[in-house]
Design a protein around this ligand. Structure first.
Ligand SMILES: N[C@@H](CCC(=O)N[C@@H](CS)C(=O)NCC(=O)O)C(=O)O
Length: 217
C-alpha cells in the first residue's frame, strides 16, 4: 500500500529542506518505500479536514490504509519498525538508536527551535540583541556535548540509523545560523547525512515542489 504524506504547498524555507516532511521523505527513501504527497496550504492545515489527521493543524501527516500518524519522529519510527534498514536487529542496539531519535527531538531540537522563534517573533523587540546570544549559547552547549559523544565516528552508534536521520535533520535547521560551522565534527556528520542517496532523492522531491525544478536546475 502506498502511504500518503502531507507537505507545505509553499514552504516558508523556499525549498531548502527544513520543513519536517523532509525527515519523513528521507526515511521513506532510505527504506525504499514509494509514497504520495498531498500538498496543503497554511489555510487548509487549519481546516477540520486536516485537523482530523493532525490535531495541531501542521505537517507532516502520514496515511497508510486505516492508519493516520502525525509527529515526524513517530512517523520515522513507524517506518523504521516496519522496514529493514533504519534500526539494528540487536535489541540493545535498537533501543539505543531509538534513544538517539528521542534525543534529537527532545534534547537537541528545542533550543534550535527557540532560536528560530526568537528571530521570528522577537526580532524587532528591544531585548533581542541581549536574548539572541543567550539562546545561541544554549545551543552551543548541546552541540559541544553531541560533538564530544560523536568523536571521530561516522554515526552516533555504529551503522547509520533512524537516530542519525533524526539528528541530522534537526541539526540541518541550524545551517542558516552558521553555528554548525563552529563544530567541524558535526558539520562533517551532517554532510555525511546529506550525501546519502536517499537524502538526495528526498531533497530533490521537496525542492521540486517549491521550484518546479530539480536541485541542479
Ligand atoms: N513536532 C512536530 C512539529 C510539526 C511542525 O512544527 N510542522 C511545521 C512545519 S515544519 C508546521 O506545520 N508549521 C505550520 C504551523 O504550525 O502552522 C513534528 O515533528 O512533526
Amino acid at each position: 500500500m502506498t502511504p500518503t504524506i502531507t507537505a507545505f504547498e509553499r514552504s516558508p524555507d523556499r525549498g531548502q529542506g527544513l520543513a519536517r516532511d523532509m525527515r519523513v521523505r528521507w526515511a521513506l527513501e532510505e527504506v525504499g518505500q514509494t509514497y504520495a504527497v498531498r500538498l496543503v496550504s497554511f489555510a487548509a492545515m487549519k481546516e477540520p479536514a486536516h485537523r482530523a489527521l493532525h490535531p495541531f493543524g501542521q505537517i507532516p501527516t502520514y496515511e497508510e490504509g486505516d492508519l493516520v500518524l502525525f509527529e515526524s519522529g513517530a512517523i520515522v519510527f513507524h517506518l523504521a519498525q516496519h522496514h529493514a534498514g533504519l534500526l539494528p536487529d540487536d535489541a540493545n542496539a535498537r533501543a539505543r538508536a531509538i534513544t538517539w531519535m528521542f534525543a534529537a527531538v527532545n534534547t537537541v531540537e528545542p533550543p534550535i527551535l527557540d532560536l528560530q522563534t526568537v528571530k521570528l517573533l522577537e526580532g524587532d523587540k528591544s531585548w533581542y540583541p541581549q536574548r539572541r546570544p543567550l539562546v545561541e549559547d544554549r545551543i552551543r552547549v548541546r552541540l559541544a556535548e553531541l560533538s564530544a559523544r560523536l568523536g571521530d565516528a561516522d554515526w552516533l552508534d555504529g551503522a547509520f540509523s533512524a537516530g542519525d536521520l533524526m539528528m541530522v535533520a534537526v541539526l540541518l535547521r541550524l545551517k542558516p545560523s552558521g553555528l554548525l560551522n563552529e563544530y567541524p565534527r558535526l558539520s562533517a556528520y551532517v554532510a555525511r547525512g546529506e550525501a546519502r542517496p536517499a537524502y538526495q532523492r528526498a531533497f530533490a522531491a521537496q525542492w521540486a515542489v517549491f521550484t518546479g525544478k530539480s536541485p541542479t536546475g
